[in-house]
Design a protein around this ligand. Sequence first.
Ligand SMILES: Nc1ncnc2c1ncn2[C@@H]1O[C@H](COP(=O)(O)OP(=O)(O)O)[C@@H](O)[C@H]1O
Ligand SMILES: [Mg+2]
Length: 286
Amino acid sequence: MDPLKPESTSGQKQGQDEFVRGASKKSSAREKRTGPSNLFIAAGPRLGDTVVTLEGVSKSFDDRLLYEDLNFALPKGGIVGVIGPNGCGKSTLFKMIAGEDTPDSGSIQVGETVKLMYVTQDRMGLDGDAGEKTVFESINNGYDLMTLGEKEDMNVRQYLGWFNFKSESQQKKVSMLSGGERNRLQLAQTLKIGGNLLLLDEPTNDLDVDTLRALEDALLDYAGCAVVISHDRYFLDRVATHILAFEGEDCKPFFWEGNFQSYEENKINRLGLVEPKRIKFKPLPS
Ligand SMILES: Nc1ncnc2c1ncn2[C@@H]1O[C@H](COP(=O)(O)OP(=O)(O)O)[C@@H](O)[C@H]1O
Ligand SMILES: [Mg+2]
């Protein structure tokens, strides 16, 4: 199917598709739910038909061509797993969707209803003055209550507990946090705003297993669209409804409308049993 073509033009069919997709995501979440966590991702405003559509996008840095003619449309209720070797341009793709970088050619259309939540790979925003606050203060300037989506009286300490910050660690200075703690705090700070498009750049790195399971369950229950860069195949196996893969030596993009397992089967059919090789960058067209 052409990824740029809307899945359906009929309102009723669209509604049914959404219902089926949401229901299957939720029932698999219930079957696979492992812990007592209630991590909840507030979905923000209802998404319109367009989430993000890329047409003919190309991007290069210096003499490295990352991709040319990248085309896909993000699915409304889906969770897109993004896979590919380091250096192939996954984080750059997120930056372009977030408007922090621009394609060399082609277009990126972001739907009018999109409210973005973006967790960057470099865990920005926890250094400098922000590092002087405690974990607790960093969520809502030391107030006990915060707004989470529709809920105006969410308890900050309880919220931090969802991300595995126990009472003592809530008093730690942000500048003193370990890699895993910084990861969890950035998740907490980003998810508190609520939004219907969630970009997570390698969220599973350094994440403890409890928070990882809580995040998986929360993603499966999330009503918005999530795009997750990850090298963790078990995580992708549990959550991804779609896969964007940068494949082969030249990291050619391939968008697959199915889960990780069906992507892998399809890949073997298309390419045979090929092992990943080192990345080679294509020269820029002269
Ligand atoms: N602002 C930049 N200037 C120059 N080169 C960059 C810049 N951002 C990324 N790159 C290069 O582009 C390539 C892809 O980077 P990135 O998108 O971070 O890859 P990935 O997230 O897939 O590991 C890398 O070789 C990286 O060094
Ligand atoms: Mg990256």
